[in-house]
Design a protein around this ligand. Structure first.
Ligand code: FES
Length: 472
């Protein structure tokens, strides 16, 4: 057999068109990466980095460490220690320097190694960690990752007037940066989908004879008949506040001092409209307990023997409109929660959920270890990535905190919580702790979410959080 190489087609001219250049990829050495590295990059809100803290960051497909020294200076350095590659954010910030957690090498904010506990004196002068120009402006931390000298700073001098830049909270969007640019520069999309008050309950949803929105953001719409909310985020922006303040219907209620909307609705019904909801007292009580996690004990939250908690369990798994609508109608007509739960159809849905819950309790019991008031367990590979958050406190009533690693097809996760019934009060802010590892939450509960293939990283973070929680 003879192979004949085809002749080149000399009639075609090969040209690189502008549309062939991949600007979505920003890794080093790519056209998009080279272009983007010419500018100061905003990394985070200044308020997200307290003095003495270090956190991992990922910019343009590369990992770094961001820390703030005791003087308040923020600095970006390499992700890993040049010695044996330990992650620098796991170390300690000392004055304006940072010390590696592994063998204690310490670097100043120029990157110069200034201490090596176990090396020959003077060897440290030969070692530097990479650093990147880092500055702050108008509540944002910026860094420069390009070659040579950075461009002039601040990057937007004309916007220095008060109120012109209002940094939003930083959150991770799981998509390429270009999609966010395209999305926010599409003025038709922004005007349509993000109209004030309209992004959560669009006007077309308010199509009933009477429209009531409960436990949800306010809608700037004349079709909104009734509104109750207790979240601080329920009223966002001047337009919403002004619309709410101008409302004369007497049917819109906003009170962030309430822990739940069920109690807010019941109190408003009695105090403003003289409607006693005694027949629904049990329902209101349990809705409030569930919304505020105000269980009498961990045992009550885990046993799920109260009819309301059984109803909650089924709603969490099957609570679509078809399930809820007829049952809400029965409750409104005076049926009790216990009557609803005793229905054979509901019991058939409940039984497998309770069985699964018991298996999860057994798995956590087998895997959890408790040390110095902190319970740690790893659910990866168990088939469970969701669990009743009170199980660890039921197993270890004396514990103060719980740290759990879980993994699903879409993510690895570190969950951190505090025991509401602990004999010794909580001393750590869990939201702040999780934020140091790229997560967030509230003072009493938080989480760090990672990619599905970052399970080992999740385990390292969990260990680091446990170390911190066992101190003090
Ligand atoms: S790995 Fe950092 S000091 Fe050894």
């Amino acid at each position: 057999m003879t192979l004949v190489e085809p002749k080149a087609d000399t009639t075609r001219v090969s040209r690189v068109r502008a549309t062939d250049v991949d600007i979505a990829t920003t890794r080093p050495g790519t056209p998009g990466g080279t272009f983007m590295r010419q500018f100061w990059m905003a990394l985070d809100n200044s308020t997200n980095l307290a003095p003495g803290r270090a956190k991992p960051i990922r910019i343009m497909s590369e990992n770094y460490t961001l820390y703030r020294g005791a003087s308040g200076k923020a600095q970006v350095i390499a992700q890993r220690c040049p010695h044996r590659g330990a992650m620098m954010h796991l170390g300690w910030v000392e004055d304006d320097d940072i010390r590696c957690v592994y063998h204690g090498w310490k670097y100043d904010c120029t990157g110069q190694c200034i201490e090596q506990p176990a090396e020959e004196a003077g060897y440290n002068r030969k070692v530097k960690i990479a650093t990147y120009p880092t500055r702050e402006h108008m509540g944002l931390i910026f860094a420069y990752f390009g070659e040579g000298e950075p461009p002039a700073f601040p990057p937007y001098p004309e916007s220095a007037g008060e109120g012109l830049i209002d940094p939003w909270p930083v959150y991770q969007v799981p998509c390429n940066y270009l999609q966010c640019f395209e999305n926010s520069m599409d003025e038709v999309h922004v005007a349509f989908a993000h109209q004030p008050g309209g992004s959560h309950v669009p006007e077309k949803i308010l199509s009933g004879e009477i429209n009531a929105v409960v436990d949800f953001r306010y809608s700037v719409s004349d079709k909104l008949g009734w509104w109750f909310d207790h979240h601080l985020s329920g009223l966002v922006g001047e337009e919403e506040r002004a619309h709410f303040a101008a409302d004369r219907s007497g049917q819109k209620f906003f009170d962030p001092s309430y822990g739940s909307c069920s109690k807010l609705v019941a109190d408003v019904a009695r105090e403003r409209f003289g409607v006693e909801l005694d027949v629904h007292a049990d329902l209101v009580h349990w809705a409030h307990v569930i919304d505020t996690a105000g269980f009498a004990s961990a045992q009550q939250a885990v046993e799920l023997s109260a009819p309301a908690l059984q109803l909650m369990t089924v709603i969490e798994a099957h609570g679509d409109d078809a399930f809820l609508a007829p049952r809400i109608a029965r409750l409104a007509a005076g049926a009790s929660v216990a009557e609803l739960v005793s229905e054979p159809a509901l019991q058939r849905l409940l039984a497998p959920l309770i069985e699964r819950h018991k298996v999860t309790c057994d798995v956590i019991k087998a895997r959890a270890v408790e040390r110095d008031g902190v319970v740690l367990f790893d659910l990866a590979g168990s088939g469970d990535d969701r669990y009743n958050k009170f199980i660890p406190y039921w197993l270890y009533p004396q514990s103060r905190y719980c740290v759990a690693v879980s993994a699903s097809r879409t993510r690895s996760k570190v969950s951190v919580g505090s025991n509401p019934w602990a004999p010794v009060p909580r001393t750590h802010n869990i939201a702040e702790l999780c934020a140091r590892f790229g997560g967030g939450g509230h003072a009493v509960v938080g989480a760090v979410s990672l990619k599905a293939d970052e399970l080992e990283k999740a385990r390292l973070i969990a260990q680091a959080i446990v170390s911190e929680l066992t101190v003090g």
